[in-house]
Design a binder for this molecule. Structure first.
Ligand code: FMN
Length: 268
């Protein structure tokens, strides 16, 4: 198992940190990685590292943090999907350096973060993440938050991954089953897991199964961000197994429920 697969597999959101500042080496490493945090949609996502104290940044669910990263993207179609892909790539990289974080799209004073990130009218800052060394013990508010959203559970794969038609459970080969586990355990807003995947004619088609209350002008559609995250986990899992994966946007026209939207496909 590669380090990246291991990191994605074992990741959990971190909301309690040990209070230490990041070293200048860690900061430059993160800044260098952030410069090239591409996604298959060719939409640039800018990641800004912000000192928490200097910018007066705090979140009610986070403790012991000294730094945040804010992600900024131009408002346009697929901005939210691209954001999810790139921002998750950045956070997973931070985890490989021994750091932790959590995407925060709701539980923060948004205007303070947007000001610190310096966004223009044509841009949005859907989410931020604290960055730091995880504390040995979770705060009570973190434990309660995890309990509240059932963060240690996920839907079964037969509810998420389908064979040919909507709702018919997929039985994938072992190699792909491993990668779909990385998708199943990906993080999502309020742990709603809105991704659904239909395998048909050699392609894995990704859909968003929508819940109310996740879409707004400041954040874009948070559940499209979730699907972008799921796509990152799938594509990276495949690449780490030596498979070439192309992301394309070509709706196969499979019949889907009304509250569902086609997002993108992965061709192997
Ligand atoms: C787009 C997005 C937005 C999120 N917003 C918040 C938030 O505002 N506050 C928070 O505490 N967690 C937030 N989370 C973290 C989720 O609650 C968390 O990923 C989920 O409960 C699963 O837990 P895990 O990441 O430990 O596996 C967000 C996650 C995503 C992907």
């Amino acid at each position: 198992m590669t380090k990246l697969i291991e990191t994605m597999k074992n990741r959990k959101s971190i909301r309690t940190f040990n209070g230490e500042k990041l070293s200048s080496g860690q900061i430059s490493e993160l800044e260098a990685f952030a410069k090239d945090v591409s996604n298959p949609f060719g939409i640039p996502v800018t990641i800004k590292l912000l000192d928490a104290k200097e910018n007066g940044l705090e979140c009610p669910v986070i403790a012991g943090e000294t730094m945040y990263a804010a992600g900024v993207v131009e408002k346009k179609p697929y901005a939210d999907v691209a954001f999810g892909y790139s921002f998750e790539k950045f956070i997973v990289h931070a985890y490989t350096l021994g750091l932790g974080g959590v995407m925060i799209g709701g539980t923060m004073k948004r205007e303070v973060f947007e000001k610190a990130a310096g966004i223009s009218d044509s841009e949005m800052m859907p989410c931020v993440t604290p960055l730091g060394v995880p504390a040995k013990k979770k705060s009570i508010k973190e434990t309660m938050m995890r309990k509240g959203v059932g963060a240690d559970t996920r839907m079964n794969s037969d509810k998420l991954f389908y064979d040919g038609v909507w709702g018919s459970p997929l039985t994938p080969e072992d190699d792909i089953a491993d990668v779909l586990e990385l998708v199943r355990w990906a993080p999502s807003a309020v742990n709603k897991q809105p991704w659904r995947v239909i395998f048909k004619d050699g392609r894995y088609h990704f859909y968003e199964k929508k819940n109310n209350g996740f879409n707004g002008p400041a954040t874009g559609d948070l559940q499209k961000i979730d699907v972008g995250i799921a796509l990152y986990h799938f594509v990276t899992g495949l690449e780490q197994k030596g498979k070439k994966a192309d992301v394309i946007v070509e709706d196969p026209g499979i019949q889907i429920p009304a509250d569902t939207e086609y997002i993108a496909s992965v061709a192997l």
